[in-house]
Design a protein around this ligand. Structure first.
Ligand code: DP6
Length: 327
């Protein structure tokens, strides 16, 4: 029993995960593809300590109780069951990106927690298994374990729904220029959203076409074909938001500035800039562009009165253990 620290980047999905075939195991209804966001990471230290009676969890220096602690403790139970001990842990985690900036922090957090938790116990688990463990904490966290561009498979078993890297970060020099339009914490989180996906009449149609969009997106990345990539990424994001908006009760994540930026991005692309948009469960717009056009996109976003802040991320590495100490 010891202590270990791991770092994991957040990720942005190009083909989205929305809805589970098994909510408990977070087995998604469709496969997804993402890119790790280099430099936007969670750093988590896990200390397994036989003297502790309960788990504890501090996030960004603040002691968490209630729901936040419970979700971490439930994930520690997964690690305890897999590693075969009952020891409690102290968990300390910090995100280096602004909280409330609408960057999915659960992906980075549960990837880092899984990797640090295993390392602190001296366990050598395969990357594949670590992606499935991370998935149980937060579905998208499975995609923050492997490096670069990552695919996560839909399957009806725990072992079958794993994530793996399809290419290294250096493979394609695209950039996520994130336009922050609201710093408000979202009212309805992803976990509740996944559970309501089936209440939309459109979810069946979205899922029916997801395999084909996954294949098109995957090939566009392999071919570094931005035009094809842009079409399928925007379409997939629009489909997910159509499902959200038509769920009962409906989930509207877009704000007026969100729509203004989406329109601007389409116009910029018509002018020749290689940029497209995608949105997660929030109003901030991820503008994915080729490196040569990133500065222009970021300048234009910064000039807009709709934009509060701009963050820029290049394709990033997978989760990494930074320190381990096992007495
Ligand atoms: C819209 O992974 O945050 O960002 O499994 O309940 O933790 P939980 O959900 P989460 O869902 C992410 C949804 C999304 C799309 C995506 O990242 O694929």
């Amino acid at each position: 029993m010891g202590t270990a620290t791991a770092r994991a980047n957040a990720n942005i999905a190009f083909i989205k995960y929305w809805g589970n075939q098994n909510d408990q195991l977070r087995l998604p209804v469709n496969p997804s593809i993402s890119m790790n966001l280099g430099g936007l990471y969670a750093e988590t230290t896990v200390t397994w300590d036989g003297a502790l009676n309960t788990d504890s969890f501090a996030l960004n220096g603040k002691e968490e109780i209630g729901g936040g602690l419970e979700r971490v403790s439930t994930h520690l139970d997964v690690l305890r069951a897999r590693l075969g001990f009952a020891t409690r842990a102290r968990v300390e985690s910090a995100n280096n990106f602004p909280t409330g900036a609408g960057i999915a922090s659960s992906a980075a957090a549960f990837a880092a927690l899984s990797v640090a938790g295993a390392a602190a116990a001296g366990a050598q688990l395969s990357e594949r298994e670590l992606t499935t463990i991370a998935r149980l904490g937060s579905g998208s966290a499975s995609r923050s374990v492997p490096t670069g561009f990552v695919e996560w498979y839909a399957a009806d078993t725990h072992e079958g729904s794993f994530a793996q890297s399809m290419s290294a970060p250096e493979y394609w020099d695209i950039v996520d220029v994130i336009a922050v339009v609201s710093k408000k914490h979202k009212d309805v989180g992803s976990s509740a959203g996944h559970k309501s996906a089936n209440t939309s009449d459109l979810q069946g149609a979205r899922v029916a076409g997801a395999g084909e969009r996954f294949a098109i997106c995957r090939q566009a990345i392999i071919d570094r074909d931005f035009a094809t990539f842009a079409q399928v990424v925007e379409h997939d994001s629009n489909l997910m938001h159509a499902v959200m908006m038509t769920s009962r009760p409906p989930l509207f994540y877009w704000l007026p500035p969100t729509l203004a930026i989406m329109e601007a991005v389409r116009e910029w692309r018509a002018e020749g800039l290689r940029v497209c948009y995608t949105l997660d469960a929030g109003p901030n717009v991820h503008c994915i562009c080729v490196r040569e056009d990133a500065q222009r996109v970021s300048d234009r976003l910064r000039a807009s009165s709709d934009v509060l802040d701009v963050l820029v991320a290049s394709p990033g590495a997978g989760a990494q253990v930074t320190t381990v100490s096992i007495p």
